[in-house]
Design a protein around this ligand. Sequence first.
Ligand code: BGP
Length: 468
Amino acid sequence: MFPENFLWGGAVAANQCEGAYNEDGKGLSIQDVMPHGIKGERTAKPTPDNMKLVGIDFYHRYKEDIRLFAEMGFRVFRLSIAWSRIFPMGDETEANEAGLAFYDDVFDECHKYGIEPLVTISHYETPLHLAEAYDGWLDRRMIGFYERYVTTIFQRYKDKVKYWLTFNEINSILNSPFMSGGIATPKEKLTDSQLYQAIHHEMVASALATKIGHEINPDFQIGCMILSMPVYPLSPNPDDVIAAMEEAHRHDMFTEIHVRGEYPGYMKRYLRENHIEVKMEAEDMEILKNTVDFISFSYYVSVCATADPKKNVRGEGNLLGGVPNPYLKASEWGWQIDPKGLRYILNQFYDKYRKPLFIVENGLGAVDQLVVGKDGVPTVYDDYRINYMREHLLQVEEAMNDGVPIMGYTSWGCIDLVSASTAELKKRYGFIYVDRNDDGTGTLERYKKKSFYWYKEVIASNGESLHR
Ligand code: BGP
């Protein structure tokens, strides 16, 4: 049974849907020079093949989109604020009023329908200038720029936004230092000491945001946001079990620090044994003690780990990837589908941290076929997406039956948007189809898919319809 106050909704990120990349004083963000996602080359300046420059034009069409979310019955809408709309360069002292006003309007529009905004403060959209001039989070001064940014938005929206997430998938910096951490130094040249230094800066900044937010409005609910990925041992061999544990620890560290306010022992050991040096200021340990109110996470895939180097061959999968599981099928993009992994990770999070949980991303990226529907209106018969979501939501219910407190569920890409990893539009997640293609064609019209009506029913019945 889903509780009465369960927050049903959907999620997007500014850089993947807004477009309007240079309007109303917005500065460039790192996404504006990433036309091909995480694997492609960066460009010197924005190029027309970059689908994010136009996105799905949410910047101009948010009223229509929020109305459609309301029609589905959303109680929450997760979105991010584009940092470079508020501070175009990132290091200036004056905020851009036009950027602030835009989000005022978006939040007002949500409240018009009783939809609670859930805001990611930094979702893979560091101002480009901060990447180029400071090497992103490698530089300790980033903490100050982020502090100014969060203070500005907390003060501005203190009566409009209650739920906040400090950094999207903060642990993804391990694999995508540019997209996740704005670190311009190429990944191959980055030393482990630099990487963990940047992580430390982000952890301090995240804790500082929690502190500042609670001072500005004690009712704020501030969470961390983790890319979750259950790691199973590839075999019952104890060496594989330990390999899985150690792989999980690399990511657990992020939640651990957010919840307990200090580095865990296994991390200190990892740093020591790998001769990784991280400079920490005296005040950092105090700042880290500002712990989060809840844990939020994305869930798409599980992976396996093995101690056998011959079998340790990584497959595709979200930003991180791991050894494929022989028992699971994969999506068209090679991401292995594992609904039970969601129940497993929910239990794991709660067993370890005893904090309320929020599933803020989950969904299926697939190629959709727009066809003429029975009523003559174009639609997509996306039964594959419905099945995927039903299977996952039933496991959410299982976890709640296990006693895990879950605040809500926001499906990823509730309206089609540009993919983060590959920058494609053809990888669609939405309940709402957007007529826009990777060659830049399309009217940007919105069409309801079959899953739109299905999700509406799930919300209206508070999960009951999942059993029909
Ligand atoms: C997560 C990101 C999102 C989102 C999602 C799906 O890692 O937080 O921004 O895009 O994955 O990934 P993709 O867009 O690569 O299919």
